[in-house]
Design a protein around this ligand. Structure first.
Ligand code: GTP
Ligand code: MG
Length: 200
């Protein structure tokens, strides 16, 4: 009997308040959706186990607060991440426009540079072990959520615009999702797990 190697992967989910970060996680982990909005305060994680190739991956998914007044508690948890999932709402332009800030802030807080001589290195500490991680290649993924609303008629960010943004950041993978209708949620998180595993 073969036993799978266990691997813990840490994923941080970031994006504006109300875009559906908590809902995506609840749909993925608990197969549940609620119409009611309850702001996330600080950060919390859920886990899900999934087999990938010869590994048994435990995906530790960190849900963070989009609301500014609750954010400061969240940044402490960025460090040691193996992947960062950015989420926006395809119906809200502002949530797309702020992606640059989330991207930048994550790199600043989660991937700290240090130098050897005068050569910059980028370190990311997982379980006390340091791996080198370069912000130019750190794995992000982008999710455009709430594509169910109004049958897609109220969307203000086109798929092309989103994909252009992804291309400009070094070919970030892109998924369009609906936490409400459980559309593309499993494929998006599977992709997140694979990307994080590759980065391990
Ligand atoms: P913060 O915790 O404040 O950062 O917000 P959040 O990003 O976690 O958003 P949350 O998941 O709480 O969702 C906000 C609201 O949008 C809730 O009322 C959800 O029911 C709703 N919502 C989330 N995802 C979807 C979706 O895919 N489609 C629709 N129609 N509504 C959604
Ligand atoms: Mg939330």
């Amino acid at each position: 009997m073969s036993t799978r190697r266990r691997t813990l992967l840490k994923v941080i989910v970031l994006g504006d308040s109300g875009v559906g970060k908590t809902s995506l996680m609840n749909q993925y982990v608990h197969k549940k959706f609620s119409q009611q909005y309850k702001a996330t305060i600080g950060a919390d994680f859920v886990t899900k186990e999934l087999p990938i190739d010869d590994r048994l991956v435990t995906l530790q998914i960190w849900d963070t607060a989009g609301q500014e007044r609750f954010q400061s508690l969240g940044v402490a948890f960025y460090r040691g991440a193996d992947c960062c999932a950015l989420v926006y709402d395809v119906n809200v332009m502002r949530s797309f426009d702020t992606l640059d800030n989330w991207h930048e802030e994550f790199l600043k807080q989660g991937v700290r540079p240090f130098t050897l001589g005068n050569v910059p290195f980028y370190m990311d500490c997982t379980n006390g072990l340091a791996n080198l991680s370069d912000p130019r290649t750190f794995p992000f993924i982008l999710l455009g959520n709430k594509i169910d609303i109004d049958g897609g008629n109220s969307r203000v960010v086109s798929e092309k615009k989103a994909k252009d943004w992804c291309a400009s950041k070094g070919n970030i993978p892109y998924f369009e999702t609906s936490a409400k209708e459980d559309y593309n949620v499993d494929p998006a998180f599977l992709s997140i797990a694979k990307i994080a595993l590759d980065n391990e």
